[in-house]
Design a protein around this ligand. Structure first.
Ligand code: ADP
Length: 359
């Protein structure tokens, strides 16, 4: 096959490769270009959005394999990665500009849900996405503490200015009430606060808004699902049987409200003694993976017990401790799994004729 025939065939093969953010054929989105073909070896540029940066390399590899498999005579394909910009759509009726809104939930307290929500937000941001973090755990807002944030959000032009952790906007009830102050929530108040957090906060344009949910099943989830279409939920649990049972309940509640379960994470999954290298399965191991399989939802990964994660986040330095690659590695895997799961949802969604589908 001549180089120009290969070039033609490569264009045709692009029609059967889906762009991960929109689920559309990548031949239609203009994200592959700058082709060269010489002596049977092709080269191109693949531009992916900031939202898809966590899975950029694997998408480039998949595109290369797809082209090699579909265009005979091609001796090699070099895909160069690049970043492209695509504006976030307005989601729901409340004017939030976000490409996806992801709840992090757990069947019960103390399983590390807030730690996971904050870590996922931080790591997604470090992987190149634009992320906001909303603490909807109004009964025990711990995000400000984990990130060492305080201060009162100002109001500018009628909008609540979120507090920033690095570049990431963060909003929490913890910024509005004193540290030791208990809030007794009544239904309408709860609804009002969650609405305000979403509608009146100057979030900017986001790829991901990560929401730390209160433990258990209930009001906040219902309020949220009335306000906007949640893209999905991540369920956090520990390997013990009781936690798994509660996780099962949380999954079935989100199923009932038609929120896709993007996956399950097993936290506190084993402990490796840094001195001896021996591993201890303190709460057991593997239970969440089995539960996920049993319920037919994706399993996103395991986070072991890591002492610095506890000690540093207690001191407000979760963001710093995640700069340690040993600590952040499991979270990076989880973030990739999460974005993959979201991309799968998008790819399997019935096609709509709108130019860029809203998640
Ligand atoms: P939840 O939001 O489910 O109530 P938190 O995120 O507040 O749970 O975590 C409870 C405690 O467990 C915190 O002290 C936190 O630092 C600690 N923790 C959570 N995950 C881990 C982990 N993988 N390794 C060590 N400590 C952890």
């Amino acid at each position: 096959m001549s180089d120009s025939e290969i070039h033609q065939q490569l264009q045709i093969a692009l029609e059967s490769f889906k762009e991960p953010e929109s689920g559309r054929a990548i031949s239609k989105t203009g994200q592959v270009g700058d082709w060269t073909v010489a002596d049977g070896v092709a080269g191109c540029r693949l531009s992916l959005t900031s939202m898809m940066q966590p899975i950029a390399q694997e998408t480039a590899d998949a595109l290369r394999d797809h082209l090699l498999a579909n265009v005979s005579g091609t001796k090699g394909v070099n895909v160069r990665l690049d970043i492209t910009y695509r504006p976030a759509p307005t989601i729901g009726q409340i004017g939030l500009k976000a490409k996806s809104v992801i709840a992090v939930a757990a069947g019960k307290g103390g399983v590390g849900k807030s730690t996971l929500a904050a870590s996922i937000a931080i790591v997604l941001g470090r992987m190149g996405a634009k992320v906001g973090l909303m603490d909807a755990d109004v009964y025990g807002p711990s995000i400000p503490h984990l990130l060492g944030l305080d201060g009162r959000p100002e109001i500018v032009d009628g909008k609540i200015q979120p507090i920033r952790s690095g570049e990431m906007p963060v909003m929490s009830m913890g910024f509005l009430v004193g540290k030791d102050q208990a809030v007794v929530w009544r239904g309408p108040m709860l609804h009002g606060s969650i609405t305000q957090f979403l509608r009146d906060t100057a979030w900017g344009e986001l790829d991901y808004l990560i929401i730390d949910m209160p433990p258990g099943t209930g009001d906040v989830a219902l309020t949220l699902s009335q306000l906007l279409p949640l893209s999905g939920v991540v369920i956090v649990c520990t390997p013990q049987e009781v936690a798994l049972l509660d996780a099962g309940k949380a999954i079935s509640m989100f199923d009932k409200t038609k929120v896709p379960v993007l996956g399950v994470v097993e936290n506190m999954s084993g402990f490796t003694d840094p001195e001896s290298g021996r591993t201890f399965d303190i709460f057991g191991k593997g239970g969440a993976r089995n539960k996920a399989e049993e319920l037919g939802v994706p399993f996103l990964g395991e986070v072991p017990i890591q002492i610095p994660l506890r000690s540093e986040s207690d001191a407000g330095r979760l963001s710093d401790v995640l700069l340690n690659t040993n600590i952040s590695k499991p979270f990076e895997d989880i973030c990739r799994g999460l974005v993959r799961s979201l991309a799968r949802q998008i790819a399997n969604r019935p096609k709509v004729s709108a130019p860029l589908p809203i998640l």
